[in-house]
Write a protein that binds this ligand. Structure first.
Ligand code: ASP
Length: 595
C-alpha cells in the first residue's frame, strides 16, 4: 500500500498514528538540521518534517528532493508546535515526523511554478497541461466540473430520466455550423459528420418512447475561432415527451436553482423564479438577447421625442427608419471630454457613427454636443424619460435599430465593468422567450430558422408562415446567466406536413431535405409524441460558477484559440498510407506551406 491516508486527511485526532503518505514535493524549506516538505496530492497538502536528530537517514535523503518529485513518506502524526499552525490548510494543525523516505520518481524542473498562482503564458500552460492541472486553481475547476455533472446526473435520474449515448460518427446535423467530417475507409468517397449536437437522435429517442432523455454530450462545430469557442464542447442535452415549454423551463429552472445551492452555496441567485423577457423586451431594455441583469444602465427609447428636435443627426436617423436611444450613466456627469471620447471610440467599433451626450455635472449646469438644439420642452421631457438628475451623464446613439442595440448593448456592459457595478457573487438567470421563428438572411435572400429547423412555431402563428413569416414566433427559449446565453431549446415539430412546410419556408429544397433528414420525416409518421428539450452548455456554466474568464479554464485538455492542441500537436499531417487507404489526395491551397 502506497498510502494509509491522503495528504488532505490528517487532523489532530490522528496525532500519534504511524502513517504512510505519498505525493509530490510541493515546496521545501530548510531550517538548519530540519527540512520541511509540503507534500501534495489531489486531496490536499500535509507538512512533513525531516529532523536530523531523530531520523538522520531520512533527513539526509530529503536533501536530494526537488520540486515535483514523487515520494512516499512513513512517519508519525504530531501536533504542530504552538504558533506554527497554518489555518489556511485543512491539515494545518498537524505535521508528520518522517521516519522513512522513498523516492518514487524524480522530476525535471517544471516550466512554471506549481505552488504559485501566478500569470503564466497560456501557450506554455496548454503545452504542459498535465502540469498546469496540478495547480490549485485548475484542481479546483476540475472538481467543480465533476460536482456539477454529478449533481445533474443524480437530479435527472431521480426524475425518471435515462442517460443514453448517441453516436459520434453520424450525419450532418441542423445547428447551422460547419461539420467536422470523417472519411469512411470502408465506403470510399463517403463521410461521417461529427454531430453538432445529438438533436435528431434525441428526437428519435422520443419517437422510440423514451420520454425522458439526457446526455452529457460532446458536440462538434467547425466554426471560426471567434472569441471563446472550442471546436468540441459539452452540453447537457435534454429531451422530454408530452411537454410544453413551461414544463421544460420549470425543470431546468429547478435543476439550476438546486445545483447552485449544492455546488456553489456561496453564490446568490438574483431572482427566483427566473425573470422572463420576450426577445423584443430584452433588445429594448438591454440591447441584446443575453442580457446581464446584475445592474441597471437600461436603454431608453427617446425616438418619439426627437422627431422634430432640431438636431439633424437624430432627425435624419429617424427619417431613415432608425431610432434614438440612450443610457443614463448615473453619477458620471463630471466625465471629462477625454473620458467621453473613450466611450465614443468604444461604440464606433460596433458601427455607431458617434455618441451624443448631455452631461449634468451640477445642478443647473449642462454640457452637451447637441442640447442647444432642443427646445426647453423637449429637454424637460427627455430628462424626465431618462430620470436624469444632477450628476448624471446621458449618452445617445441614433441609427438603425440593429446598430443602436448592438452598440448600446455593448456599451452597457463596458460601463458596468468600468464602474465596478458587477457583483461576481451574484448569478442572474433569466429566460428569453418569444423569439422570431425565422430571421431574414440578407446575404442569401432567404429566411433562416432563428433556432434550428426542428423548432415548432407558436401554434397561433402557423398561418403567418404563409403570409408574414417575419412576424411568426417560435416555441423557443434561451436560458441566460449573467452576460451569457447558457442554453437554448424549443418545443419541436412532430408532424411531417408542418416539418416539410418549414423546410420549404427556409428554402431547403424538398429533395435535399428528404435526402438529409428523410429518417426524421419518416419517423414522424409512426406516432411521434409532442416533445421538446433544451441543451445548456456545461463548459460555460462551469466557467461562470468557477468565476473564470473563459471556458478553456474548465476543460481539462482544451484546444487553443487557433483550434490546436498544442500539447499533442493536433491537427497534424498523417502518413501517406493512411490517406491512400481513405482514397484521399491532399491539395494544399497556395497560401499554405507544406510542413
Ligand atoms: N440542439 C440544440 C443546440 O445545440 C439545443 C436544443 O434545441 O435542444 O443548440
Amino acid at each position: 500500500m502506497y498510502k494509509t491516508h491522503t495528504c488532505g486527511e490528517l487532523r489532530t485526532e490522528d496525532v500519534g498514528k504511524t502513517v504512510k503518505l505519498a505525493g509530490w514535493v510541493h515546496r521545501r524549506r530548510d531550517h538548519g538540521g530540519v527540512t520541511f516538505i509540503d507534500l501534495r496530492d489531489r486531496f490536499g497538502i500535509t507538512q512533513v518534517v525531516f529532523d536530523s536528530q531523530t531520523a538522520p537517514q531520512a533527513h539526509q535523503a530529503a536533501d536530494a528532493l526537488r520540486m515535483e518529485w514523487v515520494i512516499q513518506v512513513e512517519g508519525i502524526v504530531r501536533k504542530r508546535p504552538p504558533g506554527s499552525e497554518n489555518p489556511a490548510l485543512a491539515t494545518g494543525e498537524i505535521e508528520v515526523a518522517a521516519q522513512e523516505l522513498r523516492v518514487l520518481n524524480s522530476a525535471k524542473t517544471p516550466p512554471f511554478l506549481i505552488y504559485k498562482d501566478e500569470e503564466i503564458d497560456e501557450h506554455t500552460r496548454l503545452k504542459y497541461r498535465y502540469l498546469d492541472l496540478r495547480r490549485e486553481r485548475m484542481r479546483r475547476n476540475l472538481e467543480l466540473r465533476h460536482r456539477v455533472v454529478k449533481f445533474i446526473r443524480d437530479y435527472l435520474d431521480e426524475r425518471g430520466f435515462w442517460e443514453i449515448e448517441t453516436p459520434i460518427l453520424f450525419k450532418t446535423t441542423p445547428e447551422g455550423a460547419r461539420n467536422y467530417l470523417v472519411p469512411s475507409r470502408l465506403h470510399p468517397g463517403e463521410f461521417y459528420a461529427l454531430p453538432q449536437s445529438p438533436q435528431q437522435l434525441k428526437q428519435l429517442l422520443m419517437v422510440a418512447g423514451v420520454e425522458r432523455y439526457f446526455q452529457i454530450a460532446r458536440c462538434f462545430r467547425d466554426e471560426d475561432q471567434r472569441g471563446d469557442r472550442q471546436p468540441e464542447f459539452t452540453q447537457l442535452d435534454i429531451e422530454m415527451s408530452f411537454v410544453d415549454r413551461e414544463d421544460v423551463m420549470q425543470l431546468v429552472e429547478d435543476l439550476f436553482t438546486k445545483l447552485v445551492a449544492a455546488v456553489v452555496p456561496e453564490k446568490r441567485i438574483l431572482a427566483s423564479p427566473f425573470p422572463r423577457l420576450s426577445y423584443r423586451e430584452a433588445l429594448e431594455r438591454f440591447g441584446k438577447d443575453n442580457p446581464d441583469l446584475r445592474y441597471g444602465l437600461e436603454l431608453v427609447n427617446v425616438t418619439d421625442l426627437m422627431h422634430n428636435c432640431g438636431f439633424a443627426v437624430f432627425e435624419q436617423a429617424i427619417r431613415s427608419g432608425g431610432s434614438v436611444r440612450g443610457i443614463n450613466v448615473k453619477g458620471c456627469g463630471e466625465y471629462s471630454r477625454k473620458q467621453i471620447d473613450e466611450l465614443t471610440e468604444f461604440v464606433k467599433q460596433f458601427g455607431a457613427k458617434g455618441l451624443a451626450y448631455i452631461a449634468l455635472p451640477h445642478e443647473g449646469e449642462v454640457r452637451s454636443t447637441f442640447a442647444k438644439f432642443l427646445s426647453p420642452e423637449v429637454q424637460a421631457a427627455l430628462f424626465e424619460r431618462m430620470r436624469a438628475e444632477a450628476g448624471d451623464l446621458l449618452v445617445f446613439i441614433a441609427d438603425k435599430d440593429k446598430i443602436v442595440f448592438e452598440a448600446l448593448g455593448r456599451l452597457r456592459v463596458h460601463l458596468a465593468e468600468k464602474l465596478g457595478l458587477i457583483d461576481e457573487n451574484v448569478l442572474a438567470f433569466c429566460w428569453i422567450i418569444d423569439f422570431p421563428f425565422v430571421v431574414w438572411n440578407e446575404e442569401e435572400q432567404r429566411w433562416d430558422p432563428s433556432h434550428h429547423l426542428f423548432t415548432a412555431p407558436m401554434p397561433e402563428d402557423i398561418p403567418l408562415l404563409d403570409t408574414d413569416p417575419g412576424r411568426a414566433r417560435g416555441q423557443q427559449y434561451d436560458l441566460v446567466l449573467n452576460n451569457y446565453e447558457i442554453g437554448g431549446g424549443s418545443i419541436r415539430i412532430h408532424d411531417r406536413a408542418l416539418q416539410e412546410k418549414v423546410f420549404k419556408l427556409i428554402g431547403l429544397d424538398l429533395e435535399v431535405a428528404r435526402e438529409r433528414f428523410g429518417h426524421m420525416l419518416e419517423a414522424f409518421e409512426y406516432g411521434t409524441p409532442p416533445h421538446g428539450g433544451i441543451a445548456p452548455g456545461i463548459d460555460r456554466i462551469c466557467m461562470i460558477l468557477a468565476g473564470e474568464p473563459n471556458i478553456r479554464e474548465v476543460i481539462a485538455f482544451p484546444k487553443n484559440q487557433a483550434a490546436r492542441d498544442v500539447m499533442a500537436g493536433a491537427p497534424s499531417p498523417v502518413e501517406p498510407k493512411q490517406l491512400e487507404e481513405l482514397h484521399i489526395r491532399v491539395e494544399l491551397p497556395a497560401t499554405v506551406q507544406k510542413s
